[in-house]
Structure formats: C-alpha cells, structure tokens
Design a protein around this ligand. Structure first.
Ligand SMILES: NC(=O)c1ccc[n+]([C@@H]2O[C@H](COP(=O)([O-])OP(=O)(O)OC[C@H]3O[C@@H](n4cnc5c(N)ncnc54)[C@H](O)[C@@H]3O)[C@@H](O)[C@H]2O)c1
Length: 372
C-alpha cells in the first residue's frame, strides 16, 4: 500500500502521524511510505530519520494526497486538506466529527473512507488511541501545576515535595481515570500529599489496591470535594462523563474558600472544563487568575511534549496502521470489530451512529458499509 503522511497544519500542532519507527515497520511489511519534508521536525524527527527508515520525502502535501492510498495524520483534516481527499482513499487520524458539521460534510463529499482514532475500541471497552494522550496529559498536569504554583507565576509559592521540616504541597485530583491516575502518580512521585476523588467506588477500590502507599482516595461527594479543595495547594480536574460536557465541580463562589494563590489545572477543559471559572487557554498564554486562584486550562496539553506524545500515539496506532495497510481497510475491519468501530465515513455515507445523532444525518451500518 502507498502510505502518505503530510505535515500537520493546524495551528500549534507539532505532532506527526507517522514516526520513523512506524515508517520502518510499514516498509518492512512491503509498503511504500511518503512523508512531507519537515513533517517530523516539531517532534524532533529529521527527514534523514525517515529516509534511514526506508521512506521517501515529498516537498508538498499535494504530492502526498495525490499519491497515497492511505493518509496517516494526527489532527482532523483542515479545509485545504479536505479538498485533496478523494474517492477510495483511506484517512486514519483523529476526527471528532460530532461537533464539526463542516468537516463531516466535506469528508462525505470527498468519497474517502475515514477511520477515527477516537472511536477505535479494545476488548476492555476502553479507547486505545485516546488513552496515550490521557496518559501524557495526566503526567504533565502536576508538572504544569508545580510551575503554576511558583510565586513568579502568580501561585502560592509552594514546592510540591516540601523540604525536611516543611510539609509538601497538598494536591487533590478530581477523577481517577486514565488522566487522574497518571497525574496522582507523578504528583506523589514529586513528594506531594495527594488525594484522588472519584464517583466510581469500583475505580477507587482499584486505585487503593494498586497505589495505597502513594496516595489516598476519597468518594467525590460535593461535601468531600469542597472540604479537600479548601485545603489544597493544587487541584487537578480529570473527570469525564462520556458523551457529555464535564460537570462543574467547583463554583466561582467556592474559589473564595480556597487558599490565595492555589492552582487549578483543568485537564477536562476539552470537554468544557470541570471548574465554573475555566476557559480554554493556549501553550503561548496558559494561565490566568480569577479571585486570587490561578487557572491552567490548555485544551491540547500533549502538544507541549510533542515528541513524547508523537511516539506514544505512534506506538498505539502502529498495529492498526499495519493491519489497514497489510489487508486493506475492508478485510482489516472485517477481522477486527474494534477497528470497525473506528469507521466514521465511507464512500459518501456516515457510518458512526453517535455522529449521525449529533448532526441529524442518516447513518449506514458499518457492517453494511463493508459490503459497499
Ligand atoms: N486537556 C488535554 O489536553 C486533554 C488530554 C487528554 C484528555 N483530556 C480530558 O481529560 C478528561 C479525563 O480523561 P480520562 O481519559 O482520564 O477519562 P476516564 O474515563 O479514564 O476517567 C474519567 C474519570 O472521571 C470520573 N468521574 C466522572 N464524573 C465524576 C465526578 N462528578 N466526580 C469525580 N469523578 C468523576 C469517572 O468515574 C472516571 O473514573 C477528559 O475530559 C478528556 O477529554 C484532556
């Protein structure tokens, strides 16, 4: 198969869809790989790294889109990229179609077969191509929280681990899923005094079994939450209610009960944020203050560590990318119902029910799409 990987063009996106290691595996499987010149630079990969891996380098995205049977990317195709997609071409990337009618319309018009990273599933019922980015954002959260707590950044001037004779920072993590668990582990590793709140007792049991020596757990009732938040130096918001906007767990009035200069890191900002006073920020200007409380609300946190994030995403996408390339998308999806769950668009039809419901578009069953 001809596999093409263009440079990402969405603002502030430094990741790339194919790592040199993934390109090397694809070439070893007998496929041709074409990457755009400079495409890996944001993640620290040179064109020479791809050439060493057996790939070729093209000067422009146009050449790649015109040549490839399958396009591998990170972010959803931008309008100029959508114009280059064509009938029969496979697109494998994050799409997030439900809130994006314009992109959905263009993908349907293109005739391409689009498989979305975010809806591919696994046997555990989780989302294997979203998890690596949650792991990255979770581990990054205490790091940016620690920076936000520094005095010069508007914070309380508290060191995460304290020092002999001075207690550590108190960190509260709300939501003990993928983001929350990784955040709590890193915060505990920095020496902070950490408590994780969740509404799922099953989740709290698992965390307690695995990490009882590293951090405490607490049930996320409104009473427990505000009691812990009042005493916290750093609060990390990591909740997710699938398919819904994040619930608001700290109100503006409650900021007044917190310690001046305490920091909120709202990782759930990509789902609207779980603090009433959260609004999305960027890596260029990541923090702001409301009522004496510092807020960090960057919606694409993994972008800050583009190299780690690219390699983590590449590890997760590689088996699916190879299956699609080796077997063709139809046989690959027939053999793997979890990959079939990724099918969102095929030959002018929408094939993912939740997107159809959100946008009021009729959906063709993905199983029927395999026969078209
Ligand atoms: N900002 C970023 O760059 C970035 C990156 C990755 C993920 N995220 C976001 O982080 C959030 C968490 O993702 P995840 O992968 O950890 O999800 P997850 O499903 O693994 O975990 C979410 C947890 O929240 C818990 N929860 C739900 N409602 C709660 C409540 N009211 N109080 C306490 N706990 C509650 C759930 O029981 C679950 O354990 C999502 O919104 C995700 O989109 C953001």
């Amino acid at each position: 198969m001809k596999i093409g990987c263009p440079k990402e063009i969405k603002p502030q996106e430094f990741r790339v869809g194919l790592t040199p290691n993934a390109a090397r595996e694809a070439v070893a499987h007998g496929h041709d790989v074409l990457v755009q010149a400079g495409g890996g630079a944001g993640a620290g990969f040179t064109d020479a790294d791809y050439i060493d891996a057996g790939a070729r380098v093209a000067a422009t995205a146009e050449e790649i889109f015109a040549w490839a049977d399958m396009i591998i990317k990170v972010k959803e195709p931008q309008p100029v990229e959508r114009k280059m997609l064509r009938d029969g071409q496979v697109l494998f990337t994050y799409l997030h179609l439900a809130p994006d009618a314009a992109q959905t319309r263009d993908l349907l018009a293109s005739g391409c077969t689009a498989i979305a990273y975010e809806t591919v599933t696994d046997a555990q019922g989780t989302l294997p191509l979203l998890a690596p980015m949650s792991e990255v954002a979770g581990r990054l959260a205490p790091q940016v929280g620690a920076w936000t707590l520094q005095k010069a950044n508007g914070g309380r001037g508290v060191l995460m681990g304290g020092v002999p004779g001075v207690g550590p920072a108190r960190v509260v993590v709300i939501g003990g899923g993928v983001v929350g668990t990784h955040a709590a582990r890193v915060a505990a590793g920095m020496g902070a005094d950490v408590t994780v709140l969740d509404r799922s007792l099953a989740r709290l049991r698992t965390l307690d079994d695995m990490f009882a020596h590293d951090f405490k757990t607490s049930y996320a009732s409104a009473g427990n939450t505000i009691e812990l938040v009042r005493e916290a130096d750093l609060v990390i918001g990591a909740v997710l209610v699938p398919g819904a906007a994040a619930p608001k767990l700290i109100s503006r009035a409650q900021l007044g009960e917190m310690k001046p200069g305490a920091a909120l890191v709202d990782v759930a900002i990509d789902q609207g944020g779980c603090f009433e006073t959260s609004h999305a920020t960027t890596h260029k200007d990541p923090i702001y203050e409301v009522d004496g409380i510092m807020h960090y609300c960057v919606a694409n946190m993994p972008g800050a560590v583009a190299r780690t994030a690219t390699i983590a995403l590449g590890n997760a996408t590689m088996p699916f990318m190879l299956a699609l390339a080796d077997k063709g998308w139809r046989a690959a999806c027939e053999d793997d119902p979890h990959l079939l769950n990724g099918l969102n668009v095929h030959a002018g039809h929408l094939t993912y029910y939740a997107v159809g419901k959100a946008l009021g578009i009729d959906v063709l069953s993905p199983t029927l799409a395999l026969k078209q």
